[in-house]
Design a protein around this ligand. Sequence first.
Ligand code: 5CA
Ligand code: ZN
Length: 407
Amino acid sequence: MRSWSAQNVPKLPGESIPLRLYDTSAKQVRQTDPGPTARMYVCGITPYDATHLGHANTYHAFDLVGRLWRDAGHEVHYTQNATDVDDPLLERAAQTGVGWQDLAEREIELFRGDMEALRILPPREYVGVTEVVGGVAELIAKLSAKGVTYALDGDVYFSVADAPKFGQVSGYDETEMLALFAERGGDPDRAGKRHPLDWLLWRAERPGEPSWESRLGKGRPGWHIECTAIALDNLGAGYDVAGGGSDLIFPHHECGASEGHAATGEWPFAKFYTHAGMVGLDGEKMSKSKGNLVFVSKVRREHDPMAVRLVLLAHHYRADWTYVPALIADAERRLARWRSAVRLASGPDAGEVLARVRERLADDLDSPAALAAIDAWADAALAGGGSDPDAPDLVKDLSDALLGVAL
Ligand code: 5CA
Ligand code: ZN
């Protein structure tokens, strides 16, 4: 599928600091250690509704990861999927009388526009599941050949009893797993399953549902296997970071990690499992099913998209937070102050600001502290402090390259 366009990223002077990131499976912050090419997979949208600030928070967090790696001289190989066929998409299409393909196409197009407006750098591969059904079926066949699956009325399940590492990504106990599995698309109570946590890999054709001809017959992939197949195909096992929101820790990333392990023998399937916090409105997680959404496409029409980005940067990526309109007003004031400061003919030396921003972001993306460093420089510059004629341009460049905020 077409990805979206990238903006030019200015090169910054001086030394960067290696990125440290929280790894959910290790339950601690560790240093990332990518090769010359850093490899990252981030779970994409299910395109049945417009992108909300919660989604944007997640893609923004991993955009910062990519920017820090680039600053450290790595190439970044970034892959993202779109779940362009799944139950919620089909249900919404049926409710609204729109074709499911038209709905997906429309929402993906809106998403691309949102990402460009927020200056989120595009993935190298942006892959719709419907484009790779044959490949997903191949992977399922490979798992079956290894004896970790079983058939149930034409559908195929992964047998959790054959997943020795299951539980190592989330660290959750079985009670918690069962509750989340039921809540997030699983079917613990389906009759005939060997274990309630066995998860669906392949759904055989049902009347009225889209299906694809494949070596498994007619049907469509289950959810988790799509991301495993797309990551494996484009990045290979042992890639650096698997990302998404914290609602994907279980079952999605847990099941995906075991699929990757079974298919390749490699553990961990991704070196880091990293998760962004949940953004809410009125005290509840923002979600399509609850309808309490703040759409990026709406906010960015009413406000400068760079102010929207500053709202995201003002929160640590792992924090859960709630959107209130005062946040965008604060961000607009900050943006105006920064823009006035970088338009001055000179300001205080910016080398220290650059070092501080790099240092704070390298420490598990402490973006609020990075903003505070630029605030302090902008305040001093606006108060007439400093006489370095290169400082305003350097601050402009570092804001652009490291924070994605164009001034
Ligand atoms: N298509 C799957 C991933 S393979 C999916 O979860 N789609 S989604 O549209 O529901 O979410 C897209 C991304 O945004 C996921 O990474 C998800 O974890 C994240 N996300 C969803 N809701 C929120 C929220 N309220 N706050 C923060 N991130 C969220
Ligand atoms: Zn995914």
